[in-house]
Design a protein around this ligand. Structure first.
Ligand SMILES: C[S@@+](CC[C@H](N)C(=O)[O-])C[C@H]1O[C@@H](n2cnc3c(N)ncnc32)[C@H](O)[C@@H]1O
Length: 305
């Protein structure tokens, strides 16, 4: 076995920086005093952040656990203009033309239950929007993630001290197949992986350990745990999908460059305190230039009846 540890992608390390840029982008995109739907809202962070600038917001998620938790959080904060309900993006329980803005953020469409039927989800988003309603989509930029090779291999760890090995491959059409294996305790691989210097986020969490297999890991050290598939969107394929669904003036751009540049220049420590200012500057520029590369994609499109 020969494994080379690779430098971690910055976007796996400090999500707080990305969230700051995303929040700036959303504050600029979402107009004031309007009705907003957040599809795949999970913990409701985005609606909580936008709550003061909108008239009414509804978050839906397929996970009952997430919406129950988020509704509890809303009540605790005594927020009256938001609600969170369980629903499927493929069958939105709202009348046509109910929302001025529909958000779909954080890779929701690429979930395995959705990507094969993304047309259903997209046509539902079109349906519930007003005639000139706005949609905002955000997802990972897989052209970026796979820019060095058509494969991506890494270790993850669980809270109870187990290690998992992921062998991800991407086809030209953008379909990613992820094979997952548990590292067997007592194997030389288990010893190796537990002794590595795992990257730690500024929030103190150990992130994933990216590696390159210079010779294959012997299968006897691994237990196969299943395979999952995801659709990977690239700037072009994402734009095409939204245009096909009937959106006009579709703009897609990548963001996350400031973190990447600071990280490559070894400046993360130095600029740490000015993160918020950098995030603001990047959001301004991203909108003006509407181009670039980076780990995340942001799309804005308008429905025109
Ligand atoms: C990665 S999270 C993104 C959360 C949030 N939008 C954000 O950006 O922080 C994706 C969410 O999509 C939800 N989801 C997956 N399939 C869904 C579906 N068919 N309908 C509604 N929500 C779905 C998942 O339960 C999960 O909470």
């Amino acid at each position: 076995m020969k494994l080379q540890v690779l430098p971690s992608d910055p976007c796996e390390i400090d999500f707080s920086w990305y969230n700051m840029i995303r929040n700036e982008l959303l504050r600029k995109t979402v107009p004031r005093a309007i009705k907003v739907l957040d599809v795949g809202c999970r913990g409701g962070e985005v609606l909580f952040m936008l709550q003061e600038q909108i008239e009414h917001g509804i978050g839906i998620d397929i996970s009952k656990e997430d919406v129950t938790y988020t509704e509890k959080e809303r009540k605790k904060r005594n927020i009256k203009n938001l609600e969170f309900i369980q629903a499927d993006a493929k069958e939105l329980p709202f009348a046509s033309g109910s929302f001025d803005v529909v958000l779909c953020l954080g890779d929701v469409l690429s979930y395995s239950n959705l990507y094969a039927e993304e047309n259903l989800a997209l046509s539902e988003i079109v349906r519930v929007l007003t005639d000139d309603g706005l949609t905002v989509h955000e997802c990972m930029n897989w052209d970026w993630e796979y820019r060095l090779a058509p494969y991506w291999t890494f270790f993850m760890h669980t809270q109870d001290g187990r290690y998992f090995f992921h062998r991800n491959r991407r086809t030209v059409s953008g379909l990613e197949t992820s094979r997952q294996y548990e590292v067997l305790r007592g194997s030389p691989l288990h010893d190796w992986v537990s002794q590595q210097n795992w990257p730690v986020s500024p929030q103190g969490e150990r992130t994933s350990l990216d590696v390159r297999e210079e010779s294959p890991i012997p299968r006897r050290w691994l237990m196969f745990r299943g395979v999952s598939k995801h659709q990977n969107y690239t700037p072009r394929s994402l734009k095409r999908r939204y245009q096909k669904a009937g959106f006009r003036n579709v703009q897609v751009f990548a963001y996350g460059q400031t973190y990447d540049i600071a990280s490559k220049a070894g400046l993360l420590e130095t600029v740490g305190h000015s993160k918020a200012a950098l995030a603001k500057a990047e959001a301004e520029l991203a909108f003006k230039l509407c181009m670039g590369s980076g780990p995340w994609l942001f799309l804005v499109g308008r429905k025109r009846a």
